[in-house]
Write a protein that binds this ligand. Sequence first.
Ligand code: NDP
Length: 302
Amino acid sequence: SMSATIIDGKAYAQGLRARIARAVGELSRQDVTPGLAVVIVGEDPASQLYVANKARQTVEVGMRSFQHKLPASTGEAELLGLVARLNADPAVDGILVQLPLPRQIDAQKVIEAIDPAKDVDGFHPINAGKLMTGAPGLVSCTPLGCLLLIQSVRRDLAGLDAVVVGRSNIVGKPMAQLLVGQSCTVTLAHSKTRNLAEICRRADILVAAVGRPEMVRGEWVKPGAVVIDVGINRVPNPATGEGRTKVVGDVAFEEAAGVASAITPVPGGVGPMTIACLLRNTLEAACLRRGLALPPVDAAGS
Ligand code: NDP
């Protein structure tokens, strides 16, 4: 009984990267090649994979990729020293320090050491503050990707009721701010929220960024709502054999797809948008630092 449009984040991200590649090509005529520096500390295999993907996609859109792999034993002062050098390096437009960092390093201190003009993750308090006050700045990649996917199915969001479940600094809070910026009436829910199901049922736009497999049920979804599932949860999948796992979102997909007008799948929804938006932010940082306007990469042009 599935009726919803499945929002294809993989295809959207591919189109976004193609538009970024075209814009980078045009910038090269002005002798500008945007550069992204990615710093990884330690051997976490998931982080290694993210960083390898980021580097590959950076090069694919014509940007320069600088990788800095540091041992797990790296001290905070050493990492702060590297960040200072990258801040000063004119070839570097964007700096991303892959999280999580080892225990001996204060991640917040490192985030605050990054030049806000190069903070392509949008985690620096200056950029968080700019988002809150409606000033132009770099916006956290995952919520930015979510907004682009929402706008791909619903052009004008003004006056709609939006509910964001999850209040992390990297997803939930900036997501809520972006929706306020689109003139939605926004509710930001979290683990202490009462009557969560009832609150979700009011949402024209429902964003789940919780980290709990399939927590949002079909009955929580307002008929016709747009549902964005940020969750990435690895769960056992006995159907494919003992010890096998699969990835599910924070939304019970089949149930919700029977009620919503549009919904993102997991995988293939929000996930692919995050790196594409990182490249978009690197392009934006490169343009802003040179006083150039960001080319119109966000929406498919005419
Ligand atoms: P956090 O763990 O930082 O935040 C989770 C939020 O969910 C918290 O605000 C928490 O509330 C809230 N929460 C937890 N349990 C409940 C509950 N039972 N009811 C209501 N709210 C609850 O997670 P992140 O924001 O970093 O990530 C959320 C999910 O998105 C994860 O699955 C993560 O893997 C995924 N993710 C995906 C990305 C991508 O697609 N590229 C990028 C980033 C994240 P409280 O604050 O009260 O504790």
